[in-house]
Design a protein around this ligand. Structure first.
Ligand SMILES: Cc1cc2nc3c(=O)[nH]c(=O)nc-3n(C[C@H](O)[C@H](O)[C@H](O)COP(=O)(O)O)c2cc1C
Length: 379
């Protein structure tokens, strides 16, 4: 009934890399590092364009933005300046040749008929390289700004299911149909052109709750989860659980994760920079506001756990910290692959400054381990 399959080429991001590597969060000021260091990421269009072209040249697999509408305040107004992700993706797709670029859409904020067309347009610009990150939202303050009331948690995903069903129908060969659901009553729906090749784009989701996870495995090709900070075995368990859940719904999915990389010539250099940027110069005023939104306070969690969470959120808001020399970083990425992870979205404090070293040193090591194709040099 719906265009509910995508091609292996799209899921493989049009290459044979066994471990996909992408850049996460570059459309936001400060990226994913809640730090006051002056070299923190600008998030400007000029820097994003340079970054995407560099990533494309060197054969990275994807760029994943964050749909953030309002910053978190603090001394730096963390993620206060953000580029809207669909227009950001369209611009980057027009300026690159190989890389997959995701756009992130909040289902409750966008009419599905408009979103379906925006996505198809971006997909045509990128000739089949667009990916959709569908999110339902968790930040109430952002929704108030739109005058939209956030539904209760279960209803968010019920709504998202109807939203996505409509979009998939629009992308299918179906013409002039009505939709009658609990949340949408739409008449005479028509949408042309269809996505490139008549096949829907790659879809990802990162639901963390039980409901979110079921939604993701039922509807998406790529599911993002948090890797364990304790052991590779634990991560392997998380991956297996997600894949088993998908199989219960008759689907095979790729399982991805997110990491925050500090890679330097030596382990000590990496540790020193990490301490300088993420501990000594953390923007704790912003971190405390983020934690407050998630109801993580000394009163709800106890002082010790609260302090642990503060440090955890300073770097990547929960992404796996990978700090060390190139051998260590490559080994950690290889371990994730061994645990069954299909790919990882990484963040750097200043993506443009740090990416060349990562590409020169880490990518060839991963190629030698058979995890990635040999890479061309960046321009
Ligand atoms: C890789 C990744 C990307 C995400 N991108 C966004 C985003 O752009 N905007 C957003 O509001 N939430 C984003 N989220 C949050 C998730 O969509 C989800 O709401 C969150 O993990 C809570 O799960 P739940 O909705 O099942 O409670 C992201 C999470 C991850 C791990």
């Amino acid at each position: 009934m719906t265009a509910d399959v995508t091609t292996p080429e799209r899921t493989a991001m049009h290459n044979a890399n066994r471990l996909k590597i992408g850049l996460f969060g570059a459309n936001c000021s400060s990226g994913r590092a809640v730090t006051m260091v002056p070299e923190r990421w600008s998030g400007s269009w000029a820097d994003n364009l340079k970054l995407a072209r560099m990533a494309d040249e060197v054969g990275l697999d994807f760029m994943l933005p964050i749909a953030r509408w309002k910053g978190y305040g603090g001394d730096t107004d963390y993620q206060g300046a953000t580029l809207e992700t669909m227009t950001w993706a369209s611009g980057l797709l027009a300026s690159t040749k190989r890389i997959t670029v995701f756009g992130t859409v909040h289902a409750p904020l966008f009419n599905p008929v408009i979103a379906a067309k925006e996505i198809v347009t971006a997909d045509h610009i990128g000739q089949g390289r667009f990916g959709l990150n569908l999110v339902v939202g968790w930040n109430e303050g952002e929704f108030e700004m739109f005058g939209v009331k956030q539904r209760d948690h279960e209803a968010r995903y019920e709504y998202a299911q109807e939203w996505l069903d409509i979009i998939k129908m629009i992308w299918s060969p179906k013409e002039d149909f009505d939709y009658e659901g609990r949340y949408f009553r739409l008449k005479g729906i028509r949408g042309k052109p269809k996505p490139v090749g008549g096949v829907r784009p790659l879809i990802m989701n990162a639901g963390a709750s039980d409901t979110g996870r079921v939604f993701a495995v039922k509807n998406c090709d790529a599911f993002f989860l948090q890797a364990s900070r304790v052991s590779t075995e634990e991560t392997a368990g998380f991956v297996k659980k997600a894949k088993d859940l998908a199989r219960q719904h008759g689907r095979e999915i790729g399982v991805y994760t997110v990491g925050v990389v500090t890679c330097r010539r030596s382990g000590k250099e990496a540790e020193d920079y990490y301490r300088h940027a993420i501990i000594d110069n953390a923007d704790f005023a912003a971190i405390d506001r983020i934690l407050g939104m998630k109801n993580i306070t000394p009163e709800t969690k106890g002082r010790e756990e609260f302090e642990r969470q503060r440090r955890f959120y300073a770097n990547g808001m929960g992404g796996l910290p990978i700090i060390g020399d190139a051998d260590h970083v490559a080994r950690t990425l290889a371990d994730l692959s061994d645990a069954g992870v299909t790919g990882i979205g990484i963040s750097l404090i200043n993506y443009l400054d740090e990416l060349p070293f990562f590409c020169d040193e880490v990518l060839p090591r991963l190629a030698r381990l058979g995890l990635r194709e040999r890479q061309p040099q960046y321009a």
